[in-house]
Design a protein around this ligand. Structure first.
Ligand code: 5GP
Length: 123
């Protein structure tokens, strides 16, 4: 899958649309999800043009991967999520329902989060 420069997170990275930023580093940006699914719901994204978790893991530089991984921890600590716990989640592709084709990790917390996934509906 080729990277689509018109995706919404690319626009946020270019400053074309606003975001509620919580953290920024050399290679990563974190901002609040526009439609939060938990009391705290933040998205952490690499600044590089990676479509998905798969693309990022295969193509990103070591410096980008380290920066991104550290950003996840920093954001969780900065938001005070560590003591009570939090959840990291990345959707890749159709089966996971990925909506925005720029790699992002969801950080959920601030309240008990329930089961990790709901079983798929069977007919
Ligand atoms: P996905 O389903 O791709 O894993 O998650 C995409 C997430 O991006 C959703 O949780 C959605 O609410 C969020 N989102 C979509 N558009 C915007 C936007 O313009 N700003 C922000 N902050 N979040 C967005």
């Amino acid at each position: 899958m080729t990277y689509d420069d018109a995706n919404i997170f690319a626009k946020i990275l270019r400053g074309e649309i606003p975001c509620d930023k919580v953290y920024e580093s050399e290679h990563s940006l974190a901002f609040r999800d526009i439609n939060p699914q938990a009391q705290t719901h933040v998205l952490v994204i690499p600044k590089g043009a990676y479509v998905s978790a798969d693309d990022f893991s295969a193509q990103a530089s070591a410096a980008e991967i380290v920066d991104f991984t550290r950003a996840l921890g920093t954001v969780a600590r900065q938001l005070g999520l560590v003591a009570d716990g939090y959840r990291l989640l990345a959707n890749h592709g159709a089966h996971a329902g990925q909506e925005v084709p720029h790699f992002h990790m969801h950080v959920f917390g601030g309240e008990p989060l329930g089961r990790m996934v709901s079983p798929p509906a069977r007919v």
